[in-house]
Structures are given as C-alpha cells and as structure tokens.
Design a protein around this ligand. Structure first.
Ligand SMILES: *[C@@H]1O[C@H](CO)[C@@H](O)[C@H](O)[C@H]1NC(C)=O
Ligand SMILES: *[C@@H]1O[C@H](CO)[C@@H](O)[C@H](O)[C@H]1NC(C)=O
Ligand SMILES: *[C@@H]1O[C@H](CO)[C@@H](O)[C@H](O)[C@H]1NC(C)=O
Ligand SMILES: *[C@@H]1O[C@H](CO)[C@@H](O)[C@H](O)[C@H]1NC(C)=O
Length: 789
C-alpha cells in the first residue's frame, strides 16, 4: 500500500559544497502519523497463548487465523475481523511462516490495524499487534466535526512551537551538526509550517472549502487539502488556494474494479486531474486509530496513494474534517531504450569491484557477471518478453520467450542515465556491450574551470551506468541468498513461478538530474518497480559521482529490502517516521559498512568520498570505541536526533557493536556470498555454513552461516521478517534475538544482549512520550538479562 522514497544523505550538505552548478533542491517530504500506545510485539513464549483449538499439525495459516480470532476482545465480536493478507509466506531456510493480517471493523479496513504472526511447527513464535481494541464504532456514520478546524490548527501551531524551540536550542548548541539541522528544518519544521500556512491561514475553514453538502463519499476535498500540504512549489499552493473550486471540479473519479490485493472486496477509486500528481490517485475509505490517552479511537479517513515527481505518498486524511492529515508516509527515501540484441556467455564489466567502496580505495578491474543460478537464473541481461516493459507487443509473447539484451537491462535492474531528472526511463540512454557483453568504458575525470564540471562527469556516463548496474545486481544476488526472495517481496520483473508479485525490477537512474549531493529510493508495495536515483556530488572538482560509491548505492537499495520485509511485502508503510523510519536508514548504513569491512577491524564512515569529507556525512564514524562514537539509545533524546538519519545512525552503530561481538565469537568470512548452488539445486555448505543438521524425523534444519559477519547479516534480515509493522528499537532488537533463537537455538542470546546493552538497549531500557513528530525521553539500560549475569 505504500511507496517509499528514501533519501540517503543529508539535505543540507550542499551549503558547504564548492561552486554549485545550479542551486541544490532539497526534496520536500512529509512523514508522520499517530503513535500506537497499545501496540505490542510479543516474542517471549510465556506471553503467547498456544492453545486455540486447532490441530497443531494443520496448515499454519489456519492456525494463524484461529490465533488471530482469539485476539479479538469480546466486545468487538462480530464487528472486528482479521483478514489474512495474501503476501504472507513461509521462509525457505528457517521454515518460519510470516503471516500478515489486516484488521477490518464493520467491513472497513483499519489502515493501521496490523497483525503479524510468526509460526513454526504449529507453535506461535511471536506476534506484533496494533489492532484497534476500543469500543465498536457506530455503524451509521454521521457527518460530525469530531475535530474542529480551529482545534486542529492550534494543535499544529503548538507542535511547531515546540519544534522551533528545539531547533533554536540546537542552533545555539555547542555541538551543532549543520547537515542534521538542515534536515530537521526541511523534514520537520518546514512541513509543519507549510501545513499551517496552507490549511490554517483561513479561519473560515472548513466552511470555505467544505460545502454544506460535502459527502463523506467524496474524496476530492480531502485529496486537494493533502495536495496543498504536499506540493513543493509555493506558487502552486497559491494557485490552488485562489482557484479552489476549479481544481475540485476538474477532478474526476471512477471505480477501479480490481480488488485490493485480492484480500478484500473494497473498491478503489481512481481520481484523475489531481494537481501535481503524475498518475491518477488511488483512494479508498478506511478507519485509522488516533491516540486517546493510553488507547485509541477510530477516525474515518480517505486513504490515498499519490505519486508525484519526487514523492510517492500513502496518506490518510480525515473524511469528516478534510483539512486534517492524520498520517503520511513517503515511499521515497532520500540519501541525502534498450537496443534489441543477443548476448553470448557471461558479461564483463570494467568496475570498482565488489568490496571497494569508492574510487579512493582502489582502481577498476574487469569483473564477470556473478552467475548465481539461484538468485538470477537468467543472468543479469535477460528477461521474459512478457515481463519486459520495453516490449510493445507483449501479447504476442509466450511465457517462455526470453529476450537477451546487450545493454544494462535485465530481470533485476534497468540502469540508465537520467540527466533530465524526469520520471520516464524506457528510452533513456544505456551503454551497449555488444554481442560479447563487454562493458568496458573510460573513467578519467579531469578538473575543470568554469561551468563545465557537469559536462566532464557526463563524459563517463557509460562507465557510471555500468557500475550502477553491476553494484545493484550484486546487491540483488547477495540479499537473495540471505532470504530476500520472490515470496518475501524482492525486486524482479519475472519471479520464475516462485511466488510473490512480479514486474518490479529496480529502475536505477545514474547521474539523475533532479538533484545533487544525495540519492534516494522509492519502495512501492511488491509488484511495482522500485526506483533508485543517484546524483552527482558537486563537492569537489572534478565532481564526484554517487553511482561510484558502493556504500551509497547499497544504502539506497537496502531501503527496498527493509521496507518490503517489515510488515510484509504488500505493506510499504511500516518504516515511515520516528524510530521505524530511523532504522530504515540505519539498516542501509549497517549493511553498506558490513559489506565493505575486512578481517582487519577498522572504523568506517558513510559517504565520505562523494561528500569529499573526512568522517563522511554522519555525525560519527561507525566504531566500537565509545569515545569515537558515543551514540547510545538515550542519544535519541538529544537535539538533532529527531530526524530519521540521525536516529538511523544510532541504530547502525548499535548493530555495528553487536556484529563485532559476533565476529569475535565466530570469526570473519572474507566473503558474504554463500557458495553457488550445484547443478541439482543443492546448496553446498562449504566453509560458509555450518554442516547441515537434521531433525530426528529427517527434516533439514536451517542453514546457519558460520562466521560472525555472515551470521549477523542473516539475523538482521530474518529479524526484519519477524518484527511488527512500525517497529521500535526494542521490537527490532527483540526480533533479532528471536531470529537467533530460530536459527541457532539461541546460542548467541547473551552475546547479542551484550552488544545491545553496551549501547543502552538492555532489557530494562525505556521510552516515554514519543510523538508523531519525534522526541520522547529515554532511559538506557546497560545490564544483561538475568540469564546472562
Ligand atoms: C590506481 O592505479 C594507479 C596506477 O597504477 C596507482 O598509482 C594508484 O595508487 C591506484 N589507486 C588506488 C586508489 O589504488
Ligand atoms: C538467450 O540466451 C540464452 C543463453 O545464452 C540462449 O539459450 C537463448 O537461446 C537466447 N535467446 C534468444 C532469443 O536469443
Ligand atoms: C558510450 O559508449 C558508446 C559505445 O558503446 C560510445 O559510442 C559513446 O560515445 C560513449 N558515450 C560517451 C559519452 O562516451
Ligand atoms: C578509543 O579512542 C580514543 C580516542 O581516539 C583513544 O584514546 C582510546 O585509546 C581508544 N580506546 C580503545 C580501547 O581503543
């Protein structure tokens, strides 16, 4: 349901950069939503009821359904149901079934009523539940103004005051981190200011914008109100405000007869002619939970999916009070035409080899297509015509007809230049490796004088697209082998009949013209293409190309990984803001750092080559030394740590500390790639996995990576599958600990806790007072659970 566009880097960096070609645009992005005080993640066996009247040997999904029904409080009997989502799946390696359910009340979806249940061998291992538990709402909804406009605006104004204070204190603080401050300003203050200016400048709302005959069934007012808040251009806002009725009347809608995800019969409305949207907006009515002390009440909302040039939003706007945006997730995260042909054999690429983070670390070499028959059965340059967006005559194609290309275009990734910065990609330029698939191009940037630095960078576009294609395919194949496969929502045009939704390879834009000094990734739900945009950095002369810094590319692609694995492949809204959104950033940094690390321990920075800055683009380098990187859980309370990148840095640092403890215990593997599969499909254990073990009944136990760095990679991915939608640090931690329980029987229980508690996330760590806009007061715990003392 969501599309996530995630910026990798910090928006404010350009302020300190050398002569910019043109001013740097920082992407506007909204992200907030209700906190759920009643949401739980239970992974402790004593907290999980196990007998619910169904045979344990039955279909795990029947068991899950019966378990879920047991969680419905008696007063909601008949009103509340849990519908099993069809993106539920069983992990091939661990055998854990990850079931995702959505709550419905009176037949209407509760947009944030998420239940995820993890089950193995008839036993519920854990579950996360944010379902609504309050009194059943009146079935006959009447038009009430539950949230008068004035109240809403004064709430917003209060929020803004608090955040402004916070911001000013940071400005005057001793340890001012310019980029993080700028990011805070752009992602938290500005959107709040914007919403106040646009929606609250008119005291006569909703009467002015909401005619007396406003019908709940009419989504247009709520949508236009949202567009006012989401539109990046001020003049557009002014135009909408001055010709509001014209805009409303111009919008038209029709019902889309397809059913939502096949799970329920709720029709989607498609709204056309929406200003600033690049495609018709999907809309449907739903409930959402709004906190009310320690519980929550239900509001009726319009749920929109809005694709804009730089954003892809999933938003919930009150149906009764269309000025009130209750939650919004941007599927985009920031960092801060193929020529038909026929290739032969494996492709070769002149690239910075996997493991070389950026051009300061080594020279390019000729590398061969990886050829993992499990992860990429067709290689990197082939795909079925039926799944090829470029093949106009798909209807003539048979399932089996495969197209081999000689360009950077295949089943996992489409890579190309995107100098114009627009959304089209089919006819963008791609290098052609010819029949022999040799992608060997010059990379020799020279310093320039005057305004031709960008031109200089464009001279090596062949090399840079080749690099982006290579790195992105390597990431696909690597993550695949750790379980980011078709059923769990990976990015592929064709899924080889292995489950999951198809036609969602990664669209990878090299030298994207829509910005500088950043990168971003959009993650829509499974079945829609992910989009990665890499930018040039004008931080040095010659300019530096983000496509050539593997850490940045890996960070971006990891947004796709964490978003699809958390809360299930069809739900892209689980890592939208706050601690969840922060971890979305943190996993990318952690995985990029783990990928570049070697057996000789070293501290690492993020983005330091592209940003031309020793120490990189985060506040601290990743280090086990607490003097060098002092981040702990409590750091999140500090000024400057309310934005997702800073939060992510604390999470990545914590995982780094945890990973080093596992490496100390289990050693280090020089490659993260598991052995290639044999002809008959078996996975050799080699030196990589522990010898295969079997249950008494002969069932194979999960393969366990032998070394510390491979094991933590596996635990982190498995944890993502176990954790609930909108996880907190505690829940993500508990999920990793449970992942170890499932994989090894819990032999690293105390080692993992040792790492987490070193950075304050011991069992008694606490947080109070989190808000949709960040903040809260945290208490570190540096102790271990009793069992480890
Ligand atoms: C790349 O190769 C050149 C020439 O052999 C060498 O001088 C330079 O140090 C190398 N660069 C890196 C980063 O290894
Ligand atoms: C594509 O390449 C594969 C493997 O190299 C080959 O078996 C197949 O015949 C090729 N298909 C076409 C249409 O050229
Ligand atoms: C890219 O490579 C092609 C050959 O494949 C060449 O014709 C073209 O000039 C190159 N582009 C640039 C900008 O060097
Ligand atoms: C941690 O870093 C500080 C500052 O660089 C240094 O003085 C100290 O020796 C380091 N500690 C360890 C255990 O390496």
């Amino acid at each position: 349901m969501r599309l996530l566009l995630v910026p990798l880097l910090l928006a404010g960096l350009s302020a300190t950069s050398v002569a910019a070609h043109e001013s740097v645009r920082s992407r506007k992005s909204l992200g907030f939503g209700p906190v759920h005080p009643h949401a739980v993640f239970r992974s402790n066996p004593s907290d999980i009821p196990q007998s619910f009247g169904v045979s344990q040997s039955g279909n795990p999904l029947h068991l899950v359904q019966s378990f879920a029904n047991g969680l419905i409080p008696p007063h909601l009997d008949g009103a509340s149901t849990f519908v099993l989502r069809k993106d539920s799946y069983t992990d091939k390696n661990t055998g854990v079934t990850h079931a995702y359910l959505r709550q419905f009340i009176n037949g209407l979806e509760v947009a944030d009523g998420d239940l995820n249940v993890n089950i193995k061998d008839g036993v519920i291992l854990s579950y996360g539940n944010s379902a609504y538990q309050g009194p059943a709402p009146d079935i006959n909804l009447v038009r009430t103004s539950a949230h008068p406009h004035a109240d809403y605006c004064s709430q917003l104004a209060n929020e803004l005051d608090v955040r402004n204070d916070h911001y000013k204190r940071q400005l005057n603080g001793e340890q001012t981190i310019i980029e993080e401050l700028a990011f805070y300003r752009d992602t938290i203050l500005r959107p709040l200011e914007y919403m106040l200016e646009s929606s609250c400048a008119f005291t006569d709302l909703p009467d002015k914008f909401l005619p007396k005959d406003h019908k709940l069934e009419d989504p247009r007012h709520a949508l236009l109100q949202f567009m006012i808040a989401a539109t990046p251009e001020d003049h557009m806002v002014q135009d909408i405000l001055s010709r509001y009725d014209d805009y409303i009347n111009r919008m038209s809608s029709y019902m889309d007869n397809k059913f939502v995800g096949g799970e329920t019969h709720i029709p989607i409305e498609l709204i056309h002619n929406v200003p600033e949207a690049v495609n018709p907006v999907k809309a449907r009515l739903a409930y959402i939970q709004v906190p009310d002390g320690n519980s929550a009440h239900l509001d009726l909302v319009w749920k929109f999916e809005v694709e804009m040039k730089d954003n892809w939003y999933e938003a919930a706007v009150s149906a009764h009070s269309p000025h009130k945006i209750i939650s919004v997730v941007d599927w985009a995260s920031d960092a801060y035409a193929p020529i038909p042909g026929k290739g032969e054999g494996l492709a070769t690429y002149n690239v910075f080899k996997w493991g070389i983070n950026d051009p300061s670390e080594g020279n390019r070499t000729i590398e061969t297509e990886y050829n993992d028959k499990l992860a990429s059965p067709l290689g990197w340059h082939s795909l079925p015509i039926a799944n090829d967006p470029y093949s106009a005559n798909k209807r003539f194609a048979h399932g089996s007809s495969i197209r081999n290309t000689t360009v950077t275009w295949g089943n996992n990734v489409f890579a190309h230049e995107n100098w114009d910065g627009l959304n089209g990609y089919l006819s963008n330029y791609r290098p052609d490796g010819g029949r022999s698939l040799k992608f060997d191009y010059v990379y020799d940037p020279q310093p320039t004088t005057g305004g031709d630095a960008l031109e200089e960078a464009r001279k090596y576009i062949n090399a840079t697209i080749t690099q982006l294609f290579y790195t992105s395919n390597m990431v696909h194949d690597l993550y695949y082998r750790y379980g980011f496969d078709e059923p769990s929502g990976n990015f592929q045009q064709h899924n080889f009949g292995r489950g999951g939704e198809e036609n969602d390879g990664v669209i990878a834009n090299a030298q994207d013209g829509s910005g500088y000094n950043n990168a971003n990734f959009m993650t829509p739900p499974d079945g829609q293409n992910g989009r990665c945009r890499m930018y040039i950095w004008n931080t040095a002369n010659p300019y530096r190309d983000g496509d050539l810094e593997a850490g940045i590319v890996i960070h971006e692609l990891s947004h796709g990984l964490s978003t699809r694995l958390t809360g299930g492949p069809a739900n892209s809204g689980c890592l939208g803001w706050g601690e969840s959104g922060g971890m979305g950033e943190g996993w990318g940094d952690f995985l990029a750092t783990t990928i570049r690390s070697t057996s000789d321990y070293s501290d690492y920075s993020m983005g330091s080559w592209a940003a031309n800055r020793e120490g990189g683009i985060r506040n601290y380098v990743y280090s086990t030394n607490i003097t060098i990187n002092p981040s702990t859980y409590k750091t999140l309370d500090k000024p400057g740590y309310w934005g997702v990148h800073a939060i992510g840095e604390v999470w990545a640092e914590t995982l780094w500390v945890v990973s080093q403890k596992l490496i100390k215990k289990h050693g280090f593997s020089d490659t993260l790639f598991p052995p290639l599969v044999e002809e008959d499909g078996t996975i050799p254990t080699g030196e990589f996995y522990r010898p295969r073990e079997y249950e008494l009944n002969g069932t194979p136990k999960p393969l366990v990576p032998k070394h510390g760095n491979t094991l933590i990679t596996q635990l982190v991915l498995n944890g993502m599958k176990l954790q609930p939608c909108r996880p907190s640090f505690f829940e993500a931690r508990d999920a990793i600990i449970q992942a170890d329980q499932v994989l090894t029987g819990g032999e690293n229980y105390c080692t993992l806790w040792g790492g987490f508690s070193e950075r304050g996330l011991g069992p008694d760590a606490r947080v109070e007072g989190r808000t949709p806009w960040g903040g809260g007061i945290r208490t570190n715990d540096h102790d271990l659970p009793k069992a480890c003392q």
